[in-house]
Design a protein around this ligand. Structure first.
Ligand SMILES: C[S@@+](CC[C@H](N)C(=O)[O-])C[C@H]1O[C@@H](n2cnc3c(N)ncnc32)[C@H](O)[C@@H]1O
Length: 368
């Protein structure tokens, strides 16, 4: 019923991996993210200008890419870490000021501090690394300039995780003791690399900002957006919070955050789409996504283009075609479904071996 086309050559860009060696984009590894090239491809496809919205902005890939292209953008995410990382990437810096700040920080003398942390965090680091994290964290908090403070804090967050025993394995954190470099050395290297990126990164003065917010209730005016480029949490891959629990405990516990439900699809009592024979978790997901798509319709201008990257769900009873169901929802809300672009195809298996269908990762392209 919908026009489905394959562009498997775009598939790798639906993951964060190509961003891993991209200046600025690589300031924080976000497994759930997509790559800048996907955003560039969509901007070219849409011929976008005006205001681009990403209501699930994660660590700001859409926003940074739009800024590079001279296009204004706005992002929302429920995760304070994601919003923090996005904004550190988006700000403009004076490299000399940053260099002075890094020099000042690296001169800090070690003083033993007692800090209360969970037993899991204690297991995640050697005693020496953890002691150093506290010393540098306190020193960074004493920097008066918020922009500089946040830049240094992101560097510390990265360096700390590189000096940890943690292995991020899907949505699980595993601890594996191994030799780790001294934190001070890693921090200096990380911050100098970030400074080098600031000096060489080609960007523009286009406006870009990430805000804490819920995609189901956007704090935005009606008909204010020219294009949307986004990727919501995927069906049955919706647990984000645990993967970043160490960063949250060490670097964000002291920060005030707005408490909102942290994911899409948690209310499994939802009776939405009851006539579709879907597992409760899928019903909950589509109920929330229905709210999101209504919001997108409200904030989009007439003629606005929307690209939503989603993955189908793999359940014991078969594949749930999120791309088709979300297209149906979008159509019922008033969008025209231009096409579904298939980016990746994978086997959905039962008990790891029995193939029960193919799951697609797709980009749904809509016009208001
Ligand atoms: C697939 S990731 C998007 C990653 C992003 N494209 C990037 O490159 O970094 C989905 C994001 O949605 C966020 N999220 C989950 N529920 C949300 C909600 N109700 N409103 C806004 N953001 C939400 C998660 O914190 C996560 O960062």
């Amino acid at each position: 019923m919908y026009k489905i086309v394959e562009k498997l050559e775009w598939g790798p860009f639906a993951t964060f991996i190509p961003n891993k060696h991209e200046p600025v984009y690589d300031w924080f590894y976000y497994k759930e993210g997509f790559s800048k090239q996907l955003v560039f491809n969509v901007l070219d496809m849409f011929g976008a200008n005006g205001l681009v919205l990403d209501p699930f902005c994660g660590v700001g890939t859409t926003l940074v890419a739009c800024k590079q292209r001279g296009i204004d953008s706005l992002g929302f995410d429920v995760s304070p870490i994601a919003v923090f990382v996005s904004n550190v990437k988006l700000r403009e810096y004076d490299p000399d000021e940053l260099f002075q700040a890094i020099k000042r920080l690296m001169k800090i003398k070690f003083v033993k501090k007692e800090c209360d942390v969970s037993s899991f965090v204690k297991k995640a680091f050697s005693k020496y690394v953890l002691d150093d994290i506290f010393v540098f964290r306190d020193a960074i908090m004493r920097f008066e300039d918020e922009k500089i403070r946040d830049f240094l804090l992101l560097g510390l967050m990265n360096a700390a995780m590189k000096c940890s025993y943690v292995i991020k394995d899907g949505s699980v954190l595993r601890i594996k003791k191994k030799p780790v470099p001294p934190l001070r050395k890693m921090l200096r290297r990380t911050l100098m690399k970030m400074l080098h990126d600031v000096k060489t990164f080609e960007t523009t003065e286009a406006k870009a900002e990430a805000r804490i917010g819920d995609a189901r209730m956007l704090d935005m005016e009606d008909e204010s957006v020219d294009a949307v480029i986004t990727s919501p949490p995927y069906l049955n891959k919706i647990e984000y919070t645990r993967v970043y629990s160490i960063e949250t405990e060490l670097f964000f516990k002291h920060m005030k955050t707005t408490a909102i439900r942290s994911a899409i699809g948690l209310d499994t009592t939802a009776d939405f789409l009851v006539n579709k024979d879907l597992p409760p978790i899928a019903r909950a997901y589509f109920k929330d996504m229905d709210m999101v798509i209504h919001e997108l319709y409200r904030v989009c201008k007439q003629g606005a283009k929307v690209a939503i990257v989603v993955g189908n769900g793999c359940f014991p009873d078969g594949v749930v075609e999120s791309d088709i169901i979300l297209s149906e929802i979008a159509e019922s809300v008033g969008f025209a479904v231009d096409r579904i672009i298939v980016l990746n195809k994978r086997w959905c298996t039962k008990q790891r071996t029995k193939k029960i269908g193919i799951t697609r990762e797709s980009m749904i392209v809509l016009t208001k």
